[in-house]
Design a binder for this molecule. Structure first.
Ligand SMILES: Nc1nc2c(c(=O)[nH]1)N[C@H]1C(S)=C(S)[C@@H](COP(=O)(O)OP(=O)(O)OC[C@H]3O[C@@H](n4cnc5c(=O)[nH]c(N)nc54)[C@H](O)[C@@H]3O)O[C@H]1N2
Ligand SMILES: Nc1nc2c(c(=O)[nH]1)N[C@H]1C(S)=C(S)[C@@H](COP(=O)(O)OP(=O)(O)OC[C@H]3O[C@@H](n4cnc5c(=O)[nH]c(N)nc54)[C@H](O)[C@@H]3O)O[C@H]1N2
Ligand code: SF4
Ligand SMILES: [Mo]
Length: 689
């Protein structure tokens, strides 16, 4: 089947592989063996023919001349970027003989995998790779960089990643985009909101620290101080209870702890909350009343406020709101933080955790990569990176790069490009793009399961993650074991056979090949039982108490990050996806250059004018950015967007020559829950150059 598609010309259905909730259905137009056009699938029920600019320009990336064609070995200094071509045989032999030595002398835990969701395919991102690492007994990576604090917080309240069906939000009359730059990061949720606004006069409220594209399309934009959102949510609860705008019947039937919560939120009066959040008292009342009166009302809980020291508690807190007004019972009412639990595959079959013999194998939090490479004892002596670019995306990147520079650290990077991380590698392996492979895709927002089959032949000598781990297994001497000879089709069939997930009923490999996408058989959450200890929404959580947290939603201020004037919020931008596309000319042209948004009052006080270059620094690093002065951020806050590539040169300075290395400024503290990242809880000083 695969070869058959590769050889054909015409238009093919495909899936967007990027780490984006929308997981669009695509149409790939193919001529002379090459993809010439990428567009949204008009028949896909969520995509409806519309996709973002990034992916409409995807051919610029897959046929970029910088794409890796062959395996490489390093010939220059680490970080310098000098390599020469080698064969796959030599590459695999070099890697595995080094690993065999390391396992002999230091044990398998001296090897650390580092990966994330550069390609969301289940087989690519958490399939054959996990089997391999389990079998090898390598150190385990806790993949916490994205949404784990918020997921842990949501789980305490709701029991798992369950929200409403986004397609139902078309019925909502109030949309609250809370800490999500959805116009850039979840465009089909914005499309649904705009349609609801047109059809039923729905109102769109955006709560953010930055008035970006999303804030600009809102009916009401509410600026808030970074890290203070739980206080606002508690203030809303204060008013909802005080003005008796709660759904007593729902609270009684489907929640635990509503009486305790009612007493507890008395302390979060609007005046106190206004001081914490910067939101005026009258706006807190207005929002609470709007939320109490409008039905269906929908909250899209974003990733922004959970990238803080108190991020888990924020999500735990805001997730309580729809219960207060009984919105979960109304079609289109409720919330979405993430919906991954509805499409959960059989991870035991897919990842084979049973292959890991030593259940006490150490676990390393990916947000602490810098520390892990420099100070962890016993040391990490080999790092294998795939589907991620930690030299740009990981917090406190100067520490990460110092670690990567270690002469005795054997680094392998598998990627489509010679990324900033790959420049530190001893061996670089070329990766296929997702359109060259078979894989299974499960959105973490909508309810469609999708399949990708190879549309084009592998680029140069590139190989998929699945193939590379199969080959590594063979060289390590366990390639003949059943888990490493399974085909992609068999892996997908196994993943879909999940007796613990009733929503997947009727979805199997053949049906997906036939239909391309299938919707999970999802039922509304209520009436029903949640997978929390009580089976109900836990406004009071005994489990949190056992885990050392306040059992009721609580505002906990950010950690003191040093004596710097500004709170610093460096989020993603519109035309890149994390660092993906930051090396593609077309996407850089669209995005222009990184800016530092600053309030005009701060700018005036510091003698800074719009367009000035400034030095942004703190205890961990420094950047040079151009200032955009205005009213898009509150005084005391500066915001920048995008993870920008290192300067295009490969000079000796390349490793520390990136004046836009945003993550050199971000803290590698760990958030309150889930081992999460705290990208947005740092502080900086800004000086005119
Ligand atoms: N175009 C594009 N799309 C993407 C990505 C990308 O890089 N570019 N990345 C993808 C990935 S991996 C993810 S996780 C998602 C993330 O997408 P989102 O969920 O949108 O998360 P962020 O963009 O990190 O932050 C969302 C918003 O939170 C705001 N914010 C920061 N701190 C606070 C706060 O304390 N309170 C409030 N109320 N707001 C705050 C930021 O200003 C930002 O506008 O997007 C995915 N989609
Ligand atoms: N300052 C700041 N930093 C952040 C964030 C932020 O908001 N602010 N957001 C954080 C978040 S939410 C996330 S999720 C992380 C994401 O960080 P990463 O997971 O590192 O995401 P990308 O930068 O997109 O890098 C993905 C890499 O995978 C490669 N790739 C794509 N497909 C494949 C494949 O099939 N096989 C292999 N081997 N490689 C492939 C791509 O070429 C790319 O180099 O960044 C985090 N970093
Ligand atoms: S990045 Fe998101 S919006 Fe763009 S095509 Fe992919 S799934 Fe769709
Ligand atoms: Mo993410």
């Amino acid at each position: 089947m695969a070869a058959f598609i590769q050889e054909r010309e015409g238009v093919f259905r495909a899936v967007c592989p990027l780490d984006c909730p929308d997981q669009c259905g695509l149409l790939l137009h193919k001529e002379d063996g090459k993809i010439v056009k990428v567009e949204g699938d008009p028949e896909h029920p969520v995509t409806k023919g519309h996709i973002c600019n990034k992916v409409r320009n995807m051919t610029e990336r897959i046929y970029d001349e910088k794409r890796l064609k062959y395996p490489l070995k390093r010939i220059g200094r680490k970080g310098q970027g000098q390599f020469e071509r080698i064969s796959w045989e030599e590459a695999l032999l070099t890697i595995t003989s080094r690993w065999k030595e390391l396992i002999e002398t230091d044990g398998p835990e001296s090897i650390l995998p580092y990966s994330f969701y550069g390609n969301m395919g289940r087989l690519s991102a958490e399939g054959m790779d996990r089997r391999f690492w389990n079998r090898l007994g390598a150190s385990r990576l806790d993949r916490t960089i994205c949404s784990s604090a918020g997921s842990a917080g949501y789980q305490y309240t709701m029991g798992g990643s369950f929200g409403i069906d986004p397609e139902d939000t078309i019925h909502a009359k109030l949309f609250i985009f809370w800490g999500i730059n959805a116009a850039s990061t979840n465009m089909h949720q914005v499309a649904l909101a705009q349609k609801a606004r047109k059809q039923n006069g729905a109102k769109i409220v955006v709560i953010d620290v930055h008035k970006n594209q999303t804030g600009r399309m809102a009916d009401w934009f509410i600026p808030i101080l970074p890290g203070s959102d739980s206080a606002l949510a508690l203030g809303l609860m204060h008013i909802l209870f005080a003005e008796n705008r709660v759904d007593q019947e729902f609270l009684q039937k489907y929640t635990v702890g509503h009486e305790a919560l009612r007493d507890h939120v008395v302390q979060y009066d609007p005046v106190t909350v206004s001081e914490i959040t910067g939101v005026p008292v009258e706006d807190i009342y207005k929002l609470a009343r709007m939320y109490g009166e409008t039905s269906p009302s929908f909250i899209r809980i974003g990733n922004g406020p959970q990238h803080h020291d108190n991020g888990g508690m924020f999500v735990r807190t805001v997730a309580c709101l729809p219960a207060l007004t009984g919105q979960w019972l109304v079609k289109g009412g409720g919330a979405i933080k993430g919906n991954s639990a509805f499409l959960a595959p059989n991870t035991e079959r897919l990842q084979r955790p049973d292959l890991l013999k030593n259940k006490h194998t150490r676990v390393i939090n990916m947000n602490l990569l810098g520390k892990a490479l420099v100070t962890v004892d016993p040391p990490v002596n080999s790092l294998y990176v795939y589907g991620s670019n930690p030299a740009l995306v990981a917090p406190s990147s100067n520490k990460v790069r110092n670690g990567l520079e270690r002469e005795d650290l054997f680094v392998v990077v598998h990627d489509l490009f010679l990324t900033e991380t790959a420049k530190y590698a001893d061996i670089v392996l070329p990766s296929t793009s997702s359109f060259e492979n078979t894989d299974l895709y499960t959105s973490y927002w909508h309810h469609y399961m999708q399949i990708q089959q190879p549309v084009i032949a592998p680029y140069g000598e590139s190989k998929s993650n699945v193939d590379v781990f199969r080959l590594l297994a063979k060289e390590m001497g366990f390639g003949d074991e059943a888990s490493f000879i399974e085909t992609e089709a068999e892996m997908i069939a196994g993943a879909l056979d999940n007796p613990r997930n009733p929503f997947l009923e009727g979805i199997d490999f053949e049906a997906l090949v036939e239909q391309d996408y299938l919707k999970a058989k999802v039922k509304p959450l209520f009436p029903g039982t949640l997978p929390t200890p009580s089976g109900k929404i836990e406004l009071y959580s005994e489990r949190m108490k056992q885990d050392g947290y306040p059992p009721l939603p609580t505002y906990i201020p950010l950690v003191n990050d040093g004596d710097h004037f500004y709170q610093f919020v460096p989020g993603p931008n519109h035309n890149f996806l994390n660092s993906t596309f930051s090396n593609i000319r077309k996407h850089v042209e669209l995005e222009k250059k990184p800016r530092l948004h600053m309030n005009q009052l701060d700018a005036r006080a510091a003698g800074i004018e719009d367009g000035d270059m400034v030095r942004v620094w703190n205890q961990s690093g420094e950047c040079e950015l151009q200032v955009a002065v205005g009213e898009n951020v509150l005084p005391g806050v500066v915001v920048t967007q995008g993870l920008w590539a290192d300067a295009a040169d490969s000079s000796a300075e390349a490793s520390n020559g990136n004046r836009n290395l945003i993550n050199s400024l971000t803290p590698d503290r760990i958030a309150d829950m889930g081992g999460g990242a705290t990208f947005f809880s740092g502080r900086v000083t800004v000086e005119k150059i």
